[in-house]
Write a protein that binds this ligand. Sequence first.
Ligand code: NAG
Ligand code: NAG
Ligand code: NAG
Length: 366
Amino acid sequence: MLECFSLDMPNGNLGNMRLIRTRFRLGALLSTAFGGLLVLLVYQFVDFQTSSMDLRPLVSTELAGETVSLPLRKFEWQSQTPHPLDMKYPYPYPFLLNHPNKCEGARGAPFLLMLVMTRPQDVGVRQVIRETWGNETLVPGVVICCLFVLGLPPPLFTKELQTLLEEEDKEHGDLLQVGFLDTYHNLTVKVLMGLEWMARYCPNAHYVLKVDGDVFLNPSFLVWQVLQPNGPPRPDFITGYIYRNKGPIRNPAYKWYMPPELYSSDKYPPFCGGPGYVLSGSLALRVLAVAQTLKVIFLEDVFVGLCLQQLGVKPTPSPFNAFHMYSVKYEHCAFHRLALVHQFQPQELLRIWPDFQRVNMTCAVA
Ligand SMILES: *[C@@H]1O[C@H](CO)[C@@H](O)[C@H](O)[C@H]1NC(C)=O
Ligand SMILES: *[C@@H]1O[C@H](CO)[C@@H](O)[C@H](O)[C@H]1NC(C)=O
Ligand SMILES: *[C@@H]1O[C@H](CO)[C@@H](O)[C@H](O)[C@H]1NC(C)=O
């Protein structure tokens, strides 16, 4: 299906071309969606199997040599038998898909840079986000820039998925792909590479939102109620759902299990829950700087908390119940009074979005 791209279009027949293009778009969208789904299904199977199969990950230089021209870097990470959950960071991971000028538009530095964490195979999720809360023009009068951060696809599917990702990026121009294996236990690397992109290509963004792909987001509330563009600058500002007095889970059966070898203290510092938190641009740069000096742990939100502790910065409480870490049933007025709800499926997001956008409904002020 993707070969359509190389079809030579006869010149002069614009109507026909438009038709073909429309057809192609539809075809591409469908094939992307189905391809993504297929890859996802197969990947989940493989993901389940990999622990026993011990597949060697494809190093990004192999990929880079084949699909994009980048300075080849040595990718061997030399260290004495690292813990399996240790991350290679800091490390000069290359940006395989990049948009260095994305932030420099005529509209000036963005007020809000959204860094959306999705996996390479989440093609459909990204499309739904683009059509809903990821739309950069949703909040009039405020410059928003939305980019998807991802790593390398699982080894078995690298080639197929990489071609799809390049098509997707050609169409939308909003993927930041970084040369590390995209796994749950590398999420901290993903977030830090998002911040590295910001530091390099978008250092004047007023605020940076780190957000996962499985959320409902209300950008208007986030901008006007939480960030308040007309208020004074807040260099030490970070907010979200604040976890306090949490300690590491030491039971290996849990997703958030933290081996004592990786983090020995029995307390975490206060931190903003991973599904979505927002911080000022200047704090983002300082978090990134201090991150280079600390031992990186895979719980990305806790790690940002550790950076804040090091910087002597405390999270700022958000408006009451603005950030929800667990799913909340959709209700028009309630959703207009909050910023984020975690655990929102893309189909659900698409279903409620038209209703959410209806603006003529009068909701009582909370
Ligand atoms: C984004 O919103 C604008 C209106 O604000 C609309 O015209 C545009 O089609 C939307 N983009 C997408 C990808 O849905
Ligand atoms: C993280 O990414 C690196 C670089 O691609 C890879 O070697 C490593 O296996 C990944 N770590 C985990 C825990 O998946
Ligand atoms: C306003 O909302 C009501 C009730 O949801 C709906 O019937 C009506 O068509 C809407 N009016 C406009 C102008 O959108």
